[in-house]
Structure formats: structure tokens, C-alpha cells
Write a protein that binds this ligand. Structure first.
Ligand SMILES: [Zn+2]
Ligand SMILES: [Zn+2]
Length: 294
């Protein structure tokens, strides 16, 4: 039994449509695959419809959350000692209104945040409009680089790079607006209320996403079901430590490839969950069922 419990499609930032992700999973020989696009379940319908015979699909999602970090004073990339964490949610009811509203809010936030920064800049006397910024962004998801270009075009600054200072839209700058992100304890509660289970994604894969043993213990107390131990960016020594920690805390040790299609070299199935992880997640979930293909 091989289960890859972490893959992305082009419903978020993967390169391949959900149907193609499912056929790649089948060709890679996995028995179970979880589709875990960022903050959306939009790919699930297509994945389900295209699901090949022997494959089982676990409905999922990777939620963006933010952890308050009292042990660190903060840095340029995390102003007030906060940092991002990713949570893998599985087998929740995709129609749950509260969970759906929160994920919509996370997705809509990109635009709201850019608009709020433009409003602050206008308040600071910068002669730009939202339409200027939107025109520069075109079809792309609007972000700070587009705002910076609009500022330069208006003559407020000489070049776009000059926007990224404390005077303007650098992290913590006068016109900077934080991303909206869920508190992880609230995210765990929302997923649980929707009948699902939550797994902390790759807590040791990347400095920016580091979650300490103490933080994992407090998330466990809040209802976290498991920790993603097997992950391509997580060193073996860290995986060994996390196996010990999950045992001590009574959490499920899971794993997956975090495949993003071409962006990650089509590695679906090359990293899979430890034996029993899939069954343990299913046993704790009531919001939806794994879907069998064929
Ligand atoms: Zn992630
Ligand atoms: Zn991911």
C-alpha cells in the first residue's frame, strides 16, 4: 500500500490539470493520492471524474496559516515574530460553509491586500490609482511588484525597487499591509468541525516554515491529527526526530511528495506516507470518504 498524501494541481500552483495529476499518480503506481491544492478544493471535481481504476483519491487542501512566535523577536521577513505554517486538511466536508468562507477569504485577500496598500499610498500623497495597478498586473495575480511599478510610473519614486523601503511597501513599511492568514489553532478547529483531520505540513523543510517541538505539542493539544514527516525537502535526521516526536505525542506520521508537476520534476509517488498513516487518517475523519476510481 503506497499513499502519496501531498500533491498539487493547477487549481493552485501546480503545472498540471487535476485529471493529469490523477493519471500520473496511477502511472507512478501509488494506491492512494491526496489532492492538496493551496486554499482551494476547486480541483477535486475534475480529479474525481478522471480517477483511473485502481487509484483512491483523498480529498484535501493545504491551508495557509500563521503562527505567533514568541521565542523570536521578528525579522525583516516576519515583522512581529510571526511566520507562515502550512496545514494539510483531509476528508472534511467540502461544502462546509465556514471552512469554505475562510478559504475564500484567504484567496480574496491577495486583491484586498493590494487595494489596501494602494489606499495607504494615496493617503501618503502618492498619485496612483487602483486602475493603474490593475492595468500593470494584467492577468497576473496582483502583488507588490505591480504597485511598485505604478509608483515609479507616477513619478513618486525613481525606480520600482525604491518602493521596497520602510517609507513605502517593504515588510512593516508605512503603506505595508499584512497578508490575511488563519491562526493554526482556529484552522484545526474549522477542519475538525467540518469532519476532517489536520496534519502539519513539512515543519522542518525550510527555515521560513520551521515549527518547533513545543509548537507542535501545543498544536497537538489543539487537535492536530498528524505531522508530515516524509517530505522531499526534509532532511533524514529531521525526519528521524519527527518520527520520535509523533510517537511521543500520539500523532500520525504522514508523508508525500509535494509534487507541483514540472516545477518539482514530476516526483509524484517518489515520497510516500509511512505504513498505516492513510488508514489512521481515514479512521479519524467523518466529513467525507476516500473516492475509489474505476
Ligand atoms: Zn507547503
Ligand atoms: Zn504543498
Amino acid at each position: 500500500m503506497r499513499a502519496d498524501l501531498h500533491v498539487h494541481s493547477n487549481a493552485s500552483d501546480g503545472t498540471d490539470p487535476p485529471a493529469e495529476v490523477m493519471s500520473r499518480a496511477a502511472r507512478a503506481g501509488v494506491d492512494v493520492v491526496a489532492l492538496t491544492d493551496h486554499d482551494t478544493t476547486a480541483g477535486l471535481t475534475q480529479a474525481r471524474e478522471a480517477l483511473p481504476g485502481p487509484l483512491t483519491l483523498v480529498p484535501g487542501m493545504e491551508l495557509s496559516a500563521r503562527l505567533e512566535d514568541r521565542s523570536r523577536g521578528g525579522s525583516a521577513s516576519s515583522p512581529r515574530g510571526q511566520h507562515s505554517v502550512h496545514l494539510l486538511a483531509y476528508l472534511f466536508d467540502p461544502g462546509d460553509p465556514e471552512l469554505a468562507a475562510e478559504t475564500r477569504r484567504i484567496r480574496d485577500d491577495r486583491i484586498l491586500r493590494a487595494r489596501a496598500m494602494v489606499d495607504r499610498l494615496i493617503g501618503l500623497g502618492v498619485p496612483i490609482t487602483w486602475d493603474d495597478v490593475a492595468a500593470i498586473a494584467g492577468a497576473a495575480v496582483v502583488g507588490r511588484p505591480h504597485i511598485a511599478r505604478a509608483m515609479a510610473a507616477s513619478g513618486a519614486i525613481a525606480s520600482p525597487e525604491q518602493a521596497f523601503t520602510a517609507d513605502w511597501i517593504a515588510d512593516g513599511g508605512r503603506a505595508y499591509v499584512d497578508r490575511y492568514a488563519l491562526d493554526p489553532v482556529r484552522a484545526i478547529g474549522l477542519v475538525r468541525a467540518a469532519g476532517g483531520v489536520t496534519v502539519l505540513a513539512h515543519p522542518r523543510a525550510d527555515r521560513a516554515l520551521l515549527v518547533s517541538d513545543e509548537q507542535i505539542a501545543s498544536l497537538a493539544a489543539a487537535g492536530l491529527a498528524g505531522v508530515e514527516v516524509v517530505h522531499p525537502d526534509q532532511p533524514e535526521a529531521e525526519q528521524a526526530k519527527l518520527f520520535g516526536l509523533t510517537r511521543d505525542l500520539g500523532l500520525i506520521a504522514t508523508g508525500g511528495s509535494d509534487d507541483h508537476g514540472r516545477l518539482t520534476g514530476h516526483r509524484i509517488g517518489s515520497y510516500t506516507a509511512p505504513p498505516g498513516a492513510y488508514e489512521s487518517l481515514v479512521a479519524q475523519a467523518t466529513g467525507s470518504q476516500p473516492i475509489r476510481g474505476g
